[in-house]
Design a binder for this molecule. Sequence first.
Ligand code: C5P
Length: 243
Amino acid sequence: MARRKLVYEGKAKILYEGPEPGTLVQYFKDDATAFNAEKKATIDGKGVLNNRLSEFFMNGLQRIGVPTHFIRRLNMREQLIRQVEIIPLEVIVRNFAAGSMAKRLGMEEGTPLPRPIVEFSYKDDALGDPLVPEEYIIAFGWATQQDLDDIVALALRVNDFMAGVMHGVGIKLVDFKIEIGRVWDNDFMRLIVADEISPDSCRLWDIETGRKLDKDVFRRDLGDLADAYTEVATRLGVMPKNA
Ligand code: C5P
């Protein structure tokens, strides 16, 4: 079998050269990492679940007019995506205080925020993805003011969509992270949602019981991560066969 050219290997995914120029194959691994890869494990079936869940969310976003990198799923663990130039920012949207925000501000986790808050971290593993103000982003040329305005608008549309979909299946969208890429269509630059949207990059709490159905289950040793992701996939009707 011909070996594909590896383009990039991250903590949870691998990117290979795609069949046509401007495309990549995104492979979802079973590896889970937390605390900047200080904690690691292999969770059987996680890659299959995240491949399906990311497909589900990206397809839903495209249907409401939010552009994403997703083209089509290829198999249980792989999807065809558009190649983008990733903006080196983690775009985080929060509806309730949790995680690093709750810690930084001494807030109780679950406190509702007055409105959705969008924040940016600089993508750099060695630095632990530090929170950065817009001023830094513009001064260092990672994005322009116009890009940031567009990114905030995109992130809030993703939030509305994701919060609505989750609410429909009894899950509270506490917060999530997305990544944004640039693509050029006929010399016209567009910003699109890239990377993945999955329980690895969201905080999802059951509305009734508060049960965590996201990567905090792994980060905080709260039980079986694959069970939690399967619960999300089952409620959304995207449970893969033979996962
Ligand atoms: O840790 P923190 O509270 O800043 O995370 C906010 C949200 O962003 C969480 O849903 C978390 O899963 C996600 N996140 C991520 N990748 C990171 C950092 C945060 O997906 N490197």
